[in-house]
Design a protein around this ligand. Structure first.
Ligand code: C5P
Ligand code: ZN
Length: 506
């Protein structure tokens, strides 16, 4: 089983209680120690299930978190385990207290919670605690819990493996039958925008999950036109809604996009039905691609041409023309269920429900799209709603933008900022708690110059009596409302410092 997970490792001993893996290169050494923690995690889950212990799973509310919850849920179901899953936007002291009162035998955090797992383990020794996470770790961790986190092994958790990927490896170690969940982990990684390798490819440990899914006949990976919505959107809408690549006068303009297709003699409809990208013949795709390339060239956008084609991840067993068929569309559906307060639908879909849960999830997706458009329209309505500071942009969603959706709004806005050399800090009120939810986003260009938003959110939030963290490129925080101005001032300073090559300090 292990060899099929990781071909570049040589196994010395794989007894149930003692796993030693010998590495054959630096990368392999990192993978080896990572997979040792994977096996430790699978063992304690199996032990708990065998002892009929109650397991509480906590996962994050975004696509990756929902996918992770679905993977763990299915793996535990297959073992007839006693478990419950909860989705949360963040872990805090309140949740830790709740867990201590509920006294399950085991708590599993997926796609979040490394530091809180550590805190929890300081407060109790009766509970088995497991963190399956891929976020950067802010402080020192205690030894009283099992943690599977790529960052602890020198592996980049922002691009090489997601929370659902970590959970998938553990599920696979629990039972090889869980290999059929590999496509869900691919969806989670795409949801976390980990397709950062050449031509929007998943790389690093994600590549091993892709291989598993392909070998099981569940996934096809091909290079194709990369516009979002290839299974479900009319072609002109897919073209118009794309911002990467940005096509002047076509991005954002459905009428122009339709006219462009017609000028190429590509029929947007067959009979009364709009065609999606998947319906184009190879010849039509070539015609569209070369016309777009010529068009971009005529606008001087040579660089954008390489963004027309990318890796497309198709889930073979899903129905064509549905949002589950394309990995990126599947991820948006999961994100919608999490952010619209219906995560159980997304989890059920990940666990295989293609009946009522999927039907409901599709309705939630529609509603989510309308809500996002409403929020984007609101931000654009008044230019002062996007404020520019020396080193950052700031969007304040007041109590108009739902704090669970501010992250998605921040991601979308960050792709078309007037000056891409500044990160975006968006925030909204969480009135009932007297705090604001902050979502920070930047580009790979700025992270390659040393910007690490996860670190900045962590340091600035701590100084303002809040909590923050995440990835270099996408991070978040919760901050008491009265401290937000001080927080923004600090973030502005820290961004400037990091981009000038300085240390963040804490
Ligand atoms: O909430 P949002 O989508 O903005 O979060 C971006 C990333 O930062 C997510 O992966 C989230 O888990 C992480 N985050 C964190 N600690 C926080 C807030 C967000 O690790 N306090
Ligand atoms: Zn994640």
């Amino acid at each position: 089983m292990f060899l099929s997970v990781c071909k570049d490792l040589a196994i010395l001993n794989n007894s149930p209680n003692y796993i030693v893996v010998m590495a054959t290169s630096m990368d392999a050494a990192q993978n080896a120690s990572f997979f040792n923690s994977v096996f430790k995690a699978s063992e304690i889950i199996l032990e708990t299930v065998k002892a009929e212990g109650l397991i509480h799973v906590y996962s994050h509310l975004d696509a990756d978190g929902i996918a992770a919850a679905g993977i763990m849920g299915k793996a535990l179901c297959r073992l007839d385990a006693k478990f419950r899953i909860r989705i949360t936007q963040w872990v805090d002291e309140k949740l830790v207290t709740e867990i201590l009162q509920e006294k399950p035998q085991m708590v599993i955090f997926t796609d979040l919670g490394t530091e809180y797992a550590s805190l929890l383990s300081q407060k109790t020794s009766e509970l088995k605690i497991l963190a399956l996470d891929h976020h950067q770790v802010g402080g020192e961790l205690t030894e009283g819990f099992v943690c599977v986190n790529p960052h602890l092994h020198g592996i980049d958790g922002a691009r090489d493996i997601s929370g659902s990927g970590v959970t998938y490896f553990v599920a696979k170690a629990m039972d090889n039958a869980n290999v059929d969940l590999a496509p869900i982990a691919v969806v989670g990684a795409l949801g976390d925008l980990q397709d950062k390798y050449d031509q929007r490819m998943l790389g690093g440990l994600n590549e091993k999950i892709v291989e598993d899914a392909k070998n099981a006949g569940l996934l096809t990976v091909e290079k194709d036109l990369i516009f979002f919505g290839r299974e479900t959107r009319p072609i002109h809408k897919a073209l118009a809604s794309t911002t990467s690549p940005f096509i002047p006068e076509i991005s954002g303009a459905e009428d122009k996009s339709l006219a462009f297709l017609v000028s190429l003699d590509i029929k947007p409809k067959y009979d009364d039905k709009w065609r999606a990208l998947r319906d184009l013949s190879e010849e039509e795709k070539k015609r569209l691609c070369s016309a777009l390339a010529d068009y971009l060239l005529s606008k001087g956008l040579h660089y954008e041409i390489s963004n027309l084609i990318g890796h497309v991840y198709t889930l073979n067993r899903e129905e064509p023309w549905t949002p589950l068929r394309d990995g990126r569309e599947f991820a948006v559906l999961l994100n919608a269920t999490g952010r619209m307060d219906k995560p159980s639908l997304g989890i059920a879909v990940c666990m295989g429900d293609r009946g009522p849960a999927l039907e409901e999830a599709n309705k939630v997706l529609e509603n989510y799209r309308r809500t996002i458009n409403k929020y984007l329209g609101w931000v654009m309505e008044k230019p002062e709603r996007m404020r520019e500071m020396e080193n950052i942009y700031v969007v304040y969603g007041e109590d108009f933008i739902n704090d669970k959706i501010i992250g998605a709004v921040s991601s979308i806005l960050s792709t078309s900022l007037p000056n891409p050399e500044k990160p975006l800090i968006a925030y909204a009120d969480v009135k009932e708690e007297g705090i604001v939810k902050v979502s920070a986003r930047t580009t790979d260009l700025l992270t390659s110059r040393g910007l690490n938003l996860g670190e900045i959110m962590h340091v600035a939030a701590e100084k303002c009596l809040g909590k923050g963290g995440g990835h270099n490129v996408a991070a978040g925080a919760q901050v008491p409302t009265e401290n937000i101005d001080m927080f923004l001032k600090l973030v502005n300073e820290l961004v400037g410092k990091q981009l000038a090559g300085g240390k963040t300090g804490s």
